[in-house]
Design a protein around this ligand. Structure first.
Ligand SMILES: Cc1ncc(COP(=O)(O)O)c(C=O)c1O
Length: 352
């Protein structure tokens, strides 16, 4: 099997990557029947993919077979590709797989629902999210626990002192602070490590919804014994150029080792008798049914592509584009800014 890295052009960089975007020159038909070049502005929802990720997928399709299911060569290749992808993910965010597990889901939403379910929360438990969080990082907590919202400031940024006040107020019941890494509405970035440190002082855990952060900034979970460590990280591959149906949940093994998995069935068990079930090891225990091989291969290829370009270059380029857009919009009449009017005051710096 060809290694994904061989699929990248040697001179691939942030400056020429646009040429490899799938669907870049797509024309669409207008109401008057004319054809127009389509400009895609919806990357925060889902990104298109790149030719080399499509090539990696096409190559894997020739080997497509059941993962963890067979002894045939195709099944062995498929299983290795699937399992190897987790190592790629772990390296990308500096996850320690001795203590943590990487569970593949459909998307961020499913990953958050899984954590909410598997934490065995009750209505006596408090989870704090914020008013800048996506519904996917809000509704699952409401379902299982008492959810408290930290406030936001007038410019849309997180009100850190309100967050701390609420941690203090509910500290005896606080099980988790679930916070977005970057807001999907404003693009503002939260100081996740500063928040993690605070959360740990209150003997609680932090979940970072990285759906919007992961394609834009280098994320480092930091060692488990570091007070700034991120306990749970969730994100979606379709927002990072791999739209083939994979989501990622990284979290402490001890949480998922306890109790029954939320979905049960094939792949989750070591042994089943008529009356007994012995659950298998992680992460398989939490990935019921035939896994999404293609999604995992695409995700690994996308991560390797981002690594080749360098997340620092991605972040710098995004800052330049944002500054450019701000400068141009500031010179237009009739534009009302919701939040900061000045680029320099925005909470979207390279460091967080
Ligand atoms: C910040 C944030 N969190 C969670 C989600 C949910 O992601 P998904 O639809 O991939 O589950 C989104 C989607 O836009 C998002 O922007």
């Amino acid at each position: 099997m060809c290694k994904v890295s061989n699929l990248f052009p040697a001179d691939l960089s942030i400056h020429n990557i646009r040429n490899y975007l799938v669907g870049l020159n797509k024309k669409v038909t207008l109401l008057d029947g004319s054809q127009k070049q389509y400009i895609f502005f919806d990357n925060a929802a889902s990104t298109p993919t790149f030719t080399f990720i499509r090539d990696a997928v096409n190559e894997m399709l020739e080997w497509y077979s059941g993962v963890h299911r067979g002894a045939g060569i195709k099944s062995l290749v498929a299983t290795k590709a699937y399992d190897d992808s987790r190592e790629v993910v772990a390296k990308f965010v500096n996850a320690n797989l001795d203590k943590n597990t990487i569970i593949y889901t459909k998307n961020t939403t499913e990953a958050i629902n899984k954590v909410a379910n598997r934490l065995n929360l009750t209505k006596d438990d408090v989870v704090i999210c914020s008013l800048m969080d996506h519904h996917s990082n809000d509704l699952p907590w409401r379902k299982y626990a008492t959810l408290i919202h930290a406030d936001i400031n007038d410019d849309g940024s997180l009100n850190l002192s309100d967050l701390e006040d609420k941690m203090k107020k509910y500290q005896s019941r606080l099980r988790l602070v679930a916070i977005t890494g970057a807001a999907n509405v404003t693009g503002l970035i939260n100081p996740i490590h500063q928040i993690a440190e605070l959360v740990h002082q209150y003997n609680s855990k932090i979940l970072v919804d990285a759906a919007q952060l992961i394609p834009h900034r280098k994320i480092d979970l930091k060692p488990d014994d570091n007070p700034q460590h991120i306990d749970f990280l969730v994100f979606s591959a379709h927002k990072m150029y791999a739209p083939f149906g994979t989501g990622v949940l990284i979290g402490p093994k001890e949480v998922f080792e306890k109790g029954d998995p939320d979905y049960v069935g094939g792949g989750t068990v070591n042994l089943v008798t008529e009356n007994e079930v012995e659950w298998t090891h992680l992460p398989d225990k939490e990935e019921a049914g035939t896994p999404n091989l293609i999604g995992a291969v695409a995700l690994a290829a996308a991560i390797q592509m981002l690594d080749k370009i360098g997340m620092d270059n991605v972040a710098k380029h995004e800052m330049e584009l944002t500054k450019y857009a701000y400068d141009k919009m500031n010179n237009l009449n009739g534009i009302e800014f919701l939040g900061q009017r000045n680029f320099s005051s925005l909470r979207i710096s390279l460091e967080f």
